[in-house]
Design a protein around this ligand. Sequence first.
Ligand SMILES: [Zn+2]
Ligand SMILES: [Zn+2]
Length: 238
Amino acid sequence: MFKHLLDIIYPVSCAVCGVPSEKHICNKCRSAITLHPAIECCSVCGKIMMEVAAAGLVASTCTQCRRTPPRFDMARSAATFTGTVRTLIHKFKYNRATWLRQELAELLQGCMIANFSKEKIDIMCPVPLSTSKEKSRGYNQAGLLTENLSRSAAVPNVPQVLQRKRDTQTQTFLDAKERRKNVADAFFSPKEMFPWVYGRCVLIIDDVMTTGATLSECAATLKANGAERVLAITIARD
Ligand SMILES: [Zn+2]
Ligand SMILES: [Zn+2]
C-alpha cells in the first residue's frame, strides 16, 4: 500500500541514485552537477581558465583558440563532463534513456540564458549524427535535445540547415589535430536552405564538446552558406 502511494506521488526514480523522485534527476543529484561558470572562461570556446583568474589576469582566449581559432563565434557548456553529468549523458546516449531529454534540455537552456542572453538567435540545429550511428542507436541524441530546447526557448529548430556528407570515425582516441582532419568536409548546408542561413545567427546543439573540432567544422559549413554568426552549446565539456 505504502509503495503504491509512493509510486503515485513519485512516479519515477532518479536516473543517477535511484531514489523515488518527481523528476528523472532528483534535487540532490541535480545540485551535485558541476556547472560551468559564465565568466573565468575562454571568451571563444568557454574553456575554464580559473588559473588565469586566480593570477589576477583578465581571461580572454585560451592557448588552443589562439593557436587554431575555431570557426564558431562562441561555444559554451552547461557543466563539466564528470560524475552525475557523465552518468546521465552515458545513459541518454548508449542506454536508450531518451526520457532524460527534458531534464538535459533544461541544463542547456540554463547555459543559454547564462551566456547568450544578449544574442539574437534566429534558428537552432543539432550536430547531425552519422547515418550508421543513428540507425543503430535509433535516434540522434543532439536532435532530441534541440527539439525540447527549441520549444522552451521559443527559437525555431531547423535541422535541415546542417547535414552529414559522410560518416566519420569515432573521435575518442584522436588528438585535436586528428579530430580536425577526421571531421574536415564531413557536413554540408544545402543551397535550398540558404534563406534560413544567410545573415542569420545560428545556434548549434550537441551533447559533449571535447576539442571543439566538430562544432568548428559545423560552424564553417554554416558560414559557407552565409551564416553571419554561429554559436554552440553542449551539456558538457570534456
Ligand atoms: Zn539522485
Ligand atoms: Zn578557447
